[in-house]
Design a protein around this ligand. Structure first.
Ligand code: RI2
Length: 308
C-alpha cells in the first residue's frame, strides 16, 4: 500500500487523529509521496499528486486542518519547470508545514498559560494537543491547577487526555459528557481545541463542545479555544458550509443492542457560535472570533474575491 493510501486509511480509521496530527500526517504523506515518486515526467507527477491530495483530503471531511496541511505541501508546485524542482518544492513545503505547525502548538501553550492562575480549576473536552499544551505549560510553570476532562463518547478520547495529564503529574478528574453542567460550578476556565474555525468565528469541534459552551456561558465561565490559524477555513469565506462528519452507528451501539427500526445518528462534531467564545488563542496571539475574517483575508493575500 502506498504511503498516501496508508495514511488516508489511518486517518479514516482514527489510528491517526486530532486536527493538528492529521494535518501533519497529510502533509508528511504528500512529502513522502514526492520523495519516492518513480515516474519520469512533470505532467505525470502533477496528475498523480492531484490524486494523492484528493485521497488524503477525503479521509476526514470536517477538520480543515487536513485540507490546509495537504494544500500547504503542494503550494506553488504547478509553477515548477521540472520534475526535480517540483519534487524538491513539495518536499520542502511539507517539512516546513510540519515544523511550523508543531511550533504553533508551543507558541499557543505559552500564550494560553498566561490565562491560567494559581489555584484554577480547568475543564477540557476530548483530546486536543493545543489545549493540553496550554494546561501542561501552566503546570510546568509551577501553577497549582486541577483539571476536569470529559470522556468524549463514543471514541473516549478523554481517556487519552486524563492519561497524558496524570502522567505529567497534574490533578485530573474524568467526567462523563453529561456531567459538564453539574461540574461547571467548580470550573474557573475552559480550554478546548478546534477542528475548524469559520470566517464568521464559529468553532467546529468535537461533539459536545457546544453544550459545554452553553453551560459555561450560563455560569459566566470563560471559554477559550486553542487553535492554530491553519484551522481557519478559507472555504467558509466563500460561503461554503462545513461538512459535519457522521460516523458508523457501530461506534454507538453494539450489533443487536437496539431494534432494527431504531435510527442512530452519530455526528462527530458540532458548532459553537462566536458569541459563546471569550477568545481564540492562536500562534499569532489572542484574538476575538470577530477577528477571524481579517486574519483569513490576510492569509489568502490581497483580494481573494477579485480572483473569482
Ligand atoms: P488538536 C479532535 O478531533 C478534537 O475535536 C480536538 O478538539 C481537535 O481534534 C483538535 O485537536 P478528532 O480527530 O489539533 O479526535 O488540538 O475527531 O490536537
Amino acid at each position: 500500500m502506498s504511503v498516501v493510501d496508508d495514511t488516508a486509511r489511518k486517518i479514516t480509521d482514527m489510528s491517526i487523529r486530532g486536527a493538528g496530527r492529521i494535518a501533519r500526517a497529510g502533509a508528511s504523506a504528500i512529502g513522502d509521496f514526492a520523495r519516492t515518486y518513480e515516474g519520469k515526467s512533470l505532467e505525470g507527477f502533477l496528475v498523480d499528486l492531484d490524486m494523492a491530495v484528493d485521497t488524503l483530503v477525503a479521509s476526514r471531511p470536517t477538520a480543515v486542518s487536513l485540507w490546509n496541511g495537504v494544500h500547504a505541501a503542494v503550494k506553488g508546485v504547478s509553477d515548477c519547470g521540472s520534475l526535480e524542482e517540483a519534487i524538491e518544492k513539495v518536499s520542502e513545503n511539507a517539512d516546513r508545514f510540519v515544523e511550523a505547525s508543531s511550533k504553533a502548538v508551543e507558541t499557543i501553550a505559552k500564550i494560553g498559560a498566561k490565562r491560567i492562575k494559581d489555584g484554577d480549576t480547568i475543564l477540557t473536552h476530548c483530546n486536543s494537543s493545543a489545549a493540553l499544551g496550554v494546561i501542561k505549560e501552566a503546570h510546568r510553570q509551577g501553577k497549582d491547577i486541577k483539571v476536569y476532562a470529559t470522556e468524549s463518547r463514543p471514541w473516549r478520547q478523554g481517556i487519552l487526555t486524563v492519561t497524558d495529564l496524570a502522567n505529567n503529574g497534574i490533578d485530573v478528574t474524568l467526567v462523563i459528557d453529561s456531567a459538564v453542567r453539574s461540574v461547571m460550578k467548580r470550573i474557573d476556565k475552559i480550554f478546548v481545541g478546534a477542528d475548524t474555525i469559520t470566517s464568521d468565528g464559529v468553532l467546529i469541534n468535537k461533539i459536545g463542545t457546544s453544550q459545554l459552551a452553553l453551560a459555561a456561558h450560563e455560569r459566566r465561565v470563560p471559554f477559550y479555544v486553542c487553535t492554530e490559524t491553519y484551522k481557519f477555513s478559507p472555504m467558509t469565506l466563500f460561503g461554503d458550509m462545513v461538512v459535519i462528519e457522521e460516523r458508523d452507528i457501530s461506534e454507538v451501539v453494539k450489533p443487536g443492542e437496539v431494534p432494527d427500526s431504531v435510527k442512530v445518528f452519530n455526528p462527530v462534531f458540532d458548532s459553537t457560535p462566536g458569541r459563546y467564545i471569550d477568545a481564540l488563542i492562536t500562534e499569532i496571539g489572542m484574538i476575538s472570533p470577530g477577528s477571524v475574517y481579517g486574519v483569513m483575508a490576510g492569509q489568502l493575500g490581497e483580494t481573494a474575491f477579485s480572483k473569482e
